[in-house]
Design a protein. Structure first.
Length: 126
């Protein structure tokens, strides 16, 4: 099944979040985000490839062995898409990850992400 531009952007987004090392992450971030693209959620904010990559790396260090997984489908119109995700141990059954959220992305003309607005729907107790 062919991916539409929203699904392609979200697939690149997850490649960046799930990259295994700093070099792969930097390449994935460059492929997914515009140079001045940003990420914002209730706990973090980053703008530009270097800052977004550092943020993703910090999340990976905080939750080693966890992966981001798309839940449901990607919905998009114009240059905006929304989707939900979970962050948990690789292979965990859907709905069981300790962290879940929804993101809204805005795309540039080239299909890369200009901005991410993240919402945390489920987080572990501190």
């Amino acid at each position: 099944m062919a991916q539409n531009r929203y699904e392609t952007a979200v697939a690149r987004y997850f490649e960046a979040w799930n990259a295994g090392n700093a070099e792969a992450r930097a390449k994935a971030v460059a492929a997914a985000w515009t140079e001045d693209g940003g990420y914002t959620d209730p706990l973090a904010e980053a703008t530009g490839h270097e800052a977004v990559s550092a943020l993703i790396g910090a999340v990976g260090e905080r939750f080693p062995g966890f992966v981001f997984t798309l839940t449901g489908s990607v919905d998009g119109h114009h240059d905006i898409a929304r989707f939900s995700w979970e962050l948990g141990p690789e292979g965990a059954p859907a709905g069981t990850a300790p962290i879940a959220g929804s993101d809204v992305i805005t795309l540039a003309e080239d299909g890369r992400i200009r901005s991410v607005s993240g919402f945390l729907d489920r987080v572990p107790e501190a």
